[in-house]
Design a binder for this molecule. Structure first.
Ligand code: NAD
Length: 435
């Protein structure tokens, strides 16, 4: 067993105490590390390797003073955390959210390492974040914050070193500002970020890539457990980038999207929602909850609706011990990062519900980010059909691999996915002579 310490705020790289009791109140980093330790146990990982992979390689915390539009100065906190770079440059999004703290960003950085290894793109794992409320900030304030933060982390990032991307609260515009700020000192460097506007070297198909990957993975998984995707009833929590594209592409593939929600609540129609009308409604309304083509449903109740496939596509920890016994779906496809607590994961597995883990289900985004980076380095734009073909090929291959490994080892899909990823990263660390 690795030498572990009690995690404190002063602990710079998050060397984690291994939690024995598995409860809903585990922090995001404890939850992510819990899945890693289970895998390390199964793989018989050496203590020193376990210690390296259970904590971050490098962590940077910065203060970001910004002049707000009203003349006041607000000091924001920002982070860039690099978890492991054995398989390639660090890669992971930048989150602008009020809950973005060291623990959350550490968890997301580690998940990126496992995700990138599982989908087999040549990247390590990283994540960044700024504690702020982007929804109440002006475009000018957001631009000043993004540029200053970029300047403060610019010595850590680089086209062959660490490549940020959008996450919750950031978007293609944020990436355009980051690329411009970085370029002031380093020259034209489109490959410094992915998820850029297509006009600035972004990839066709990147915007919908995560949702497209979720649907590819859901179809493949449904087939393997004997659920017909065509006509399957799908409920989706979250109607942002990932939730919207998952709904649109699932409906295009013949599934019946019976419920969607956003932070204001959800809408449910057992006969299937009219997505075209819902999108028109969404353009004018604050929330999908008031959509006249469905009955209002809370975010909590949505998770327990009668459906075949449940897609949590918003935030972490929503499927927990309070509701895991009431999930009706046979298949849960984790589009969000960390939507199921470890305790709920055990309950779902025990009940025979198939859970497709986040590190597989939502890896379509980083896969097309990889294609974007390749296009930037080659200075050669791919056609959308090439992007979608390559995405489908990789997602299908990874999904098949995870199902096969789970069947061979008699584990859940999550355990199988972690085993494949941890094995690959540990091998790379060994081959490089890092550990
Ligand atoms: P987004 O900001 O575009 O959308 C988030 C959605 O969740 C919105 O509809 C919002 O109203 C809803 N929401 C927020 N808080 C909620 C709450 N408390 N309860 C219910 N709904 C709530 O974000 P996104 O890019 O769609 O990301 C969604 C999830 O997918 C996140 O967990 C993110 O880390 C993960 N993810 C995103 C990508 C990507 O490419 N965008 C890739 C991999 C994983």
């Amino acid at each position: 067993m690795a030498q572990t310490k009690v995690k404190t705020a002063a602990d710079p790289i998050g060397a984690p105490r291994r939690r024995v009791e598995v409860t809903d109140d585990m922090t995001p980093f404890e939850a992510a590390t819990h899945f890693f330790h289970r895998s390390a146990d199964r793989l018989g990982l050496a203590n020193h390797m376990r210690e390296v992979l259970a904590s971050s390689y490098r962590e940077l915390a910065v203060q970001i003073p910004i002049r707000m539009d009203d003349g006041r100065v607000t000091v924001f906190r920002g982070f860039r955390i690099q978890h492991n770079g054995a398989r390639g440059p660090y890669k992971g999004g930048i989150r602008f959210h009020e809950s973005a703290d060291l623990d959350e960003i550490r968890a997301l950085a580690a998940l990126m390492t496992w995700k990138n290894a599982l989908i087999d793109v040549p990247f390590g794992g990283a994540k960044g974040g700024v504690q702020c409320e982007p929804g109440v900030m002006s475009q000018g304030e957001l631009q000043r914050l993004t540029r200053r933060f970029t300047g403060m982390i610019s010595h850590l990032i680089g086209v062959n070193r660490d490549i940020p991307a959008p996450d919750m609260g950031t978007n293609a515009q944020t990436m355009a500002w980051m690329m411009d700020e970085y370029g002031k000192k380093n020259g034209y460097s489109p490959g410094i970020v992915t998820g850029k506007p297509v006009e600035l070297g972004g990839s066709p198909g990147r915007e919908e890539a995560t949702g497209r990957g979720v649907v590819i993975c859901a179809r493949e998984s449904a087939k393997r457990i004997g659920v017909s995707f065509r006509d399957a009833r799908v409920a989706i929590q979250g109607f942002g980038n990932v939730g919207y594209w998952t709904a649109a592409l699932a409906a295009e593939a013949g599934a019946k999207v019976v419920a969607v929600s956003d932070v204001g609540g959800g809408t449910y129609n057992p006969d299937g929602l009219d997505l075209d009308k819902l999108i028109l409604h969404g353009a004018e309304a604050v929330s999908v909850a008031a959509f006249p083509g469905g009955a209002e449903v809370s975010n909590e109740d949505l998770l327990e609706l009668e459906c075949d496939i449940l897609v949590p596509a918003a935030i972490h920890g929503v499927i927990n011990t309070r509701n895991a016994g009431d999930v009706k779906a046979q298949l849960v496809v984790e589009a969000a990062n960390g939507p199921t607590t470890p305790a709920a994961d055990e309950m779902l597995h025990g009940r025979g519900v198939t859970v497709v883990p986040d590190i597989l289900a939502n890896s379509g985004g980083v896969t097309v980010s990889y294609f974007e980076w390749v296009q930037n380095i080659q200075q050669f734009r791919w056609e959308i059909d090439d992007v979608n073909f390559q995405l489908k090929k990789r997602m299908t291959k990874a999904t098949t691999h995870v199902f096969t490994r789970a069947a061979e080892s008699g584990t859940s899909l999550r355990d199988a996915a972690f085993d494949i990823a941890v094995e690959r990263v540990a091998d790379a660390d060994k081959l490089r002579g890092f550990v």
